[in-house]
Write a protein that binds this ligand. Structure first.
Ligand code: DON
Length: 580
C-alpha cells in the first residue's frame, strides 16, 4: 500500500511538474538552419542596411548594429544614439564556443541598453511646489533626458557578438547621414507636428529657414554623421568620453539639464537573463524588468490558458483578453521598476499559481471595474514613436530589438554640433504615485526617480518557439506594446502568417484609464454591443497605432517570412540562400 501511495505521489508530482514546466518543443524532421536571411524594420533603408551587412559576411548581430544605427538616421522620431533600448539575442549553436553548456540549444541574452537617470536626479524633480507633476519638464527639453544607452549597447553587440567590427557595421548609417536620404510623408508629418518643440540646433536641420522639410526633400545630417564616425573610430568611448561627451554635457547644462561627465563615463549596459514563460506548447523568451512587457505577457497568457481560452472571434473571447490585461497592468502599476533598485516579486507574478488566482477573479459575464482594483489616471496620448526590428541570419542567430527616445524626436532637444536628439525617457518614471506619464500609466514608489536608475519600460522584444515555428516580434506603442505583442502571439499560435500578424486590428486595456481602446475595425458592431453589455467602457480610436516588425521561420516547412506593419512605411525582406 505504502509503495502504491509512493507511486501515486510520484505520478501526481510528475503531473504537477508537467503543468508548471510546460513542454519544450521538439522539432521532428526540422531544418537546423533557416533557408536564408530575413530583416523587418520600420524603414526600407534600415532594412537594406541589415541585408547589406549580412551579405558582406556579417551575422545577425552585425546586422542589428547596422539597422539600429541606420534607424537613428532615417527614422529620427523613433530612436537614436541619444536614447536606449533592449536587444534580445539568440546565439545559434554554431555561434557558441564548443565548451559552452548551452552548446546544443543556443543561448538567449537580453542586452539592456536602457537610459539611466543622471546622478543629480531626485525623486521629486518633476514636481511643482504643490507636489503636482509638471508634465512638460519630463517630456520637453534637456531636463527630460536620461543618460543614453544605445551607443554602449551597439558597441557591445558588435564587439562581443558580431563578426565584421563596429566600424563596418556603422557604415550604412554614416552614409545615410552624410549623403542624405529622401524624406517620406510620415517623417514630414512628424517634423511639421514637432517643429515648435525642437531646440534651435534641431530646427536648423529639420526646419531650415523656418520651413519644415516636406516629403521629397533631401535630409542631410552632417553633424550626426560625424558623431557616428566618432563611434566607428573610437568605439563607445567616442560617445561617453572625450570631445563629444564634453560637448553634450556643456550643451545640456546650458539648457538647464543635469548631466555630468561622470554620468556618461559610468554608463554601462547590463546583460540580463530573458524572462521565459509558456503558453500551451509554446515557449516565450521575452523582456525581464526594467521592462514591464514580459511579465504582462506571462500574466495574460497564463490567465488565458487557465481559463481555457480559444479565439472564438467574438466579444466573449475578447472579454477574457481584456480582463487578463486589466489585471496584468494593475500589477505593473503596483510592483514594477528597475530590478537593480527595487525588489520585484517576479517569480510569483510570473507563476502559474498566481495566474490561477487572478483568473479566478474574472467574471465571464461582467467587466471588473478597474476602480475595484485601485486608483485613477488620465487617458493615454497617441505616441506612434519608438521602433522595433527583427532579424534572423542563415545560421539561425536572431535579434529582436525595440529602441526608443520615447516621444516623437525624444525631448526635441539637440546639442549644437552633435546632430543627436536627446531622449525624454525620464517621463517613463512615475513622477509621483498619482501622476500618470504620457501613456496614461501610473506607478508606485518602485518606479520613482533615483540617480542611475532605469525608468520602467513596456518595450517587449520577444521570441516565441513552438509547433508553428519561431516568431521574432515587437513593436513601438508606449503602454500598448505588450498588448500588441500578446495579440500577435495569439494569432501566431492560431496559425497566422507574418503578414496577417502585423496587419491584425488591435485593441487594448491597461487597467487605468478603465476603458477599452480599439482601432477602427477592431470590433464588429455586435462585439461593441456585447462588450458594452458586459460592462466595458469602449474608447474607439480614430487612428491606428503600432508599427510591428515580424520575422517567422518554420523549421518544419523551412518557410521564412518577414513582414512590416502596413500602418507605416517599413519593409520586411527575405533573401534565400542559393539552392532554396
Ligand atoms: O520604454 C517605453 O515603454 C516607452 N518609452 C516606449 C515609447 C513608445 O513606444 C512610443 N510609441 N508610441
Amino acid at each position: 500500500m505504502k509503495g502504491l501511495l509512493k507511486v501515486f505521489a510520484g505520478v501526481l508530482l510528475a503531473m504537477i511538474l508537467l503543468i508548471d514546466a510546460a513542454p519544450a518543443q521538439a522539432f521532428v524532421n526540422s531544418a537546423s538552419r533557416p533557408p536564408g536571411i530575413a530583416v523587418a524594420s520600420a524603414h526600407p533603408l534600415a532594412t537594406d542596411a541589415g541585408i547589406e551587412v549580412l551579405q558582406a559576411g556579417g551575422n545577425a548581430f552585425d546586422a542589428a548594429v547596422a539597422v539600429s544605427a541606420s534607424l537613428a538616421v532615417v527614422e529620427p522620431t523613433g530612436s537614436g544614439i541619444g536614447g536606449g533600448g533592449f536587444w534580445l539575442l539568440h546565439q545559434a549553436p554554431s555561434a557558441i564556443k564548443s565548451t559552452s553548456p548551452n552548446k546544443d540549444e543556443g543561448r538567449d541574452i537580453f542586452l539592456d541598453g536602457r537610459e539611466v537617470a543622471p546622478l543629480a536626479a531626485t525623486e521629486n524633480m518633476y514636481l511643482d511646489a504643490q507636489g503636482k507633476a509638471v508634465d512638460i519638464a519630463s517630456r520637453d527639453g534637456a531636463l527630460a533626458a536620461g543618460i543614453p544607452g544605445e551607443p554602449a549597447a551597439l558597441a557591445a553587440l558588435a564587439s562581443k557578438y558580431g563578426k565584421l567590427g563596429f566600424a563596418r557595421d556603422l557604415q550604412p548609417a554614416i552614409r545615410y547621414a552624410r549623403d542624405g536620404f529622401i524624406v517620406d510623408a510620415k517623417l514630414a508629418r512628424a517634423i511639421a507636428e514637432n517643429a515648435n518643440r525642437m531646440s534651435p540646433a534641431a530646427t536648423a536641420i529639420f526646419v531650415p529657414n523656418g520651413k519644415p522639410l516636406v516629403a521629397g526633400d533631401k535630409l542631410v545630417q552632417t553633424d550626426l554623421s560625424k558623431s557616428l564616425q566618432l563611434l566607428a573610430s573610437r568605439g563607445a568611448a567616442g560617445f561617453y568620453q572625450g570631445t563629444l561627451a564634453k560637448t553634450l554635457v556643456a550643451g545640456v547644462d546650458a539648457a538647464k539639464g543635469i548631466w555630468s561627465e561622470a554620468d556618461l563615463a559610468r554608463y554601462s549596459v547590463v546583460e540580463r537573463e530573458p524572462l521565459v514563460t509558456y503558453f500551451r506548447d509554446y515557449k516565450l523568451i521575452t523582456s525581464p524588468p526594467p521592462s514591464a512587457g514580459g511579465i504582462a505577457l506571462a500574466e495574460t497568457l497564463q490567465q488565458l490558458e487557465v481559463l481555457g481560452w480559444t479565439d472564438t472571434h467574438d466579444a466573449a473571447s475578447k472579454h477574457l483578453v481584456i480582463e487578463s490585461l486589466r489585471r496584468a497592468y494593475h500589477d505593473r502599476a503596483q510592483y514594477l521598476g528597475d530590478p537593480d533598485f527595487v525588489q520585484i516579486p517576479l517569480t510569483r507574478l510570473a507563476s502559474r499559481d498566481y495566474a490561477i488566482s487572478l483568473a479566478r477573479t474574472i467574471d465571464r459575464k461582467h467587466a471588473t471595474p478597474s476602480a475595484s482594483l485601485d486608483a485613477a489616471a488620465k487617458p493615454a496620448v497617441e505616441g506612434g514613436q519608438t521602433t522595433h526590428f527583427s532579424i534572423i541570419d542563415a545560421d539561425g542567430n536572431r535579434v529582436a530589438a525595440t529602441m526608443s527616445i520615447n516621444l516623437s524626436f525624444g525631448s526635441g532637444f539637440m546639442v549644437a554640433g552633435t546632430g543627436i536628439f536627446l531622449n525624454d525617457e525620464m517621463d517613463d518614471f512615475a513622477a509621483s504615485t498619482t501622476a500618470s506619464n504620457a501613456y496614461g500609466l501610473i506607478g508606485s514608489k518602485a518606479n520613482a526617480v533615483a540617480p542611475r536608475k532605469r525608468p520602467l519600460s513596456t518595450m517587449t522584444p520577444t521570441f516565441v518557439e513552438g509547433p508553428n515555428g519561431i516568431l521574432l516580434i515587437g513593436t513601438p506603442g508606449g503602454s500598448r506594446i505588450a498588448t500588441m505583442v500578446l495579440l500577435g502571439i495569439l494569432d501566431f499560435v492560431d496559425g497566422a502568417d507574418a503578414k496577417a500578424i502585423v496587419a491584425a486590428p488591435r485593441y487594448h486595456h491597461q487597467y487605468l484609464p478603465d476603458v477599452v481602446q480599439f482601432e477602427p475595425g477592431a470590433f464588429s458592431e455586435t462585439e461593441q454591443h456585447d462588450l458594452t453589455a458586459l460592462g466595458d467602457t469602449l474608447a474607439p480610436l480614430t487612428s491606428t497605432y503600432g508599427n510591428m516588425q515580424v520575422v517567422l521561420w518554420n523549421p518544419q516547412t523551412n518557410n521564412l517570412q518577414a513582414a512590416s506593419d502596413p500602418r507605416a512605411v517599413g519593409a520586411g525582406r527575405v533573401v534565400l540562400t542559393a539552392g532554396h
